[in-house]
Design a protein. Structure first.
Length: 167
């Protein structure tokens, strides 16, 4: 696959600055090597110190994070072939954004817990030049994510978005 789409993703992402609220909130700052991409909207923090999915007060190694306010196509249980393809693209885009060549620090701010016990978090990527990038906004701007809304109707809308009307 050509690097051009990923370069475009990075350029789009740089145009989506981090919000002042996220930048001012208490955060845990990690090296990008400490963050593993599960899929476009889920990350694992490496190292020990926390039970995965326990959603405690401190962000710690072994914890699974769900990016707040976005939804990306499913990769582990896709509802259609198109969703699987789009999910693989979102995962690849996340890996590009979080690659140490593109990001020097990953700032994580807990905003809650989801129904599966994962930490909901806002993620800000800090670039070598000091630029700050809101991860969720970057994924939406690049077309790899949509804004998350709860409920069955919203779930159906997401399914139609990723799979089309007839699915």
């Amino acid at each position: 696959m050509s690097a051009t789409p990923y370069l475009a993703l990075i350029l789009l992402a740089l145009a989506a600055p981090a919000s002042a609220e996220t930048a001012a909130a208490p955060v845990v700052s990690l090296a990008p090597e400490q963050v593993r991409v599960v899929d476009g909207d889920t990350l694992d923090i490496s190292g020990g110190g926390a039970e995965p999915g326990r959603c405690g007060l401190a962000i710690a190694g072994g914890e699974r994070l769900r990016i707040a306010a976005i939804d990306t196509p499913e990769t582990h249980a896709p509802r259609c072939g198109r969703e699987a393809e789009l999910g693989a693209g979102a995962t690849a885009a996340a890996r590009v954004l979080l690659h140490p060549a593109n990001t020097v620090r990953v700032e994580i701010r807990r905003v809650g817990c989801d129904r599966y016990g994962r930490t909901l978090a806002d993620i800000v990527l800090v670039r070598a030049d000091g630029a700050r990038l809101d991860y969720g906004a970057a994924m939406i701007a690049a077309g790899h994510a949509i804004a998350y809304a709860p409920g069955r109707e919203a779930w159906e809308a997401r399914r139609r978005h990723w799979c089309g009307e007839g699915r």
